[in-house]
Design a binder for this molecule. Sequence first.
Ligand code: AMP
Length: 431
Amino acid sequence: MAAKRRFRTVKGMHDLLFGKAGAFAFVEEKAREVFSLYGYDEVRTPVVEETELFVRGVGEASEIVGKQMYTFDDKKGRSLTLRPEGTAPVARAYLQNNWASGPQPVKVFYMGPYFRYERPQEGRYRQFHQIGAELIGDPGPYSDVELLVMLLRFLGELGFEDLEVGLNSVGDAECRQRYSQYLREFLEPYRDDLGADSRRRLETNPLRILDTKAPRERELLEGAPRLRDELGGPARDHFQVVCDELGRFGVDFEIDDRLVRGLDYYTRTVFEITSTALGAQNAILGGGRYDGLIADLGGPSVPGIGFAIGQDRLVDLVLKIPGARKRLNAEAHRRRPVCVIPIGGSYRRHGMELAQELRAAGIPAICEFDSLRPLKARLKQAARHDCQWVVLFGEEEEKSQEVVLRNFYEGSQETIPRDGFAAAVAARISA
Ligand code: AMP
């Protein structure tokens, strides 16, 4: 008979196991804590949306919609897509649930898996995770400032010190259109010097050529007109306030003329935060204003601003920060279970009861039920689970109404009263 095939994760998708999953939970908790301080509430939208939502929201000319979506027909022939990003779904939820009739602005955050069919590489996956936030309903620059201040507080609390904040304004739709035309005219004579991607973008979305990595194209762009010089009055004033106030609230940033971001919905303020610790794929988050998105989705003209943090990259970085790693390890250690070992087949129920008492006292506990195995082998299992504490209970202990508590790490052992033993264990764990 042919050997059965072993299954593996789909290309570009990964299991998040043990320590990694713990680190994911750690940054999620921190995000909840910090974002709620700023009045944000958590939402969860479905993983699957109508394809058209992203086509209209993110934009047909964007890389995401053009090349990277996981799109399929359901049994009724409806075209559906695994969400590649989080802002369009939140904008959809805003309209569908009539958030416009509630308190304004609407402030929400979210976290979960996203999907893009990209070439997998370090820091770039086909299922990845984002933590994002959106502030919908305020056009003013102080919302931009507050959002960035919140983000930096979150990253600061995770232990980041080496952050670079890149900031730019892509202006309003009209400035962008005008500028795109200038850029097209500027680059047209050099068409043959451009790579295939940029030649295509020259027709579809010239702005995206600005963030090219090709040295020859970068050189060419040195002489190109600057988007910032083409901003209309209101967009220019908005950007000025954002820059001034960020300085006042202690945010170091650099204006990056070439920062345009890959999604078509951005207007005015755009930003990216990078960490110098992460090599090539170093943008850990991106965001900006999207004052036209809700109208593009058929709603009223309502402005918004938001960001999306790449959680996978964030966690990889957090695991490299010594302080954060230490906190995570300490937390993981605190959660190591106590192992209860009932000695003899008739004591398994007692073992279960003892473990239940520990859990009732908030102490993680596992019970080694396999009482037919020699005690030595069971103690070995406890060691493999990295348990520091083992509780032993058998015939002798039942008679004396005691339990044996062994401290694996110190190689010591004591006998304590059965009654109230969980409190005694708790006291020793936290000592
Ligand atoms: P975007 O939604 O494209 O603005 O991306 C926001 C952030 O999500 C980026 O800065 C990355 O950190 C992260 N990100 C985007 N695409 C991927 C991917 N394929 N794999 C891992 N992280 C990603």
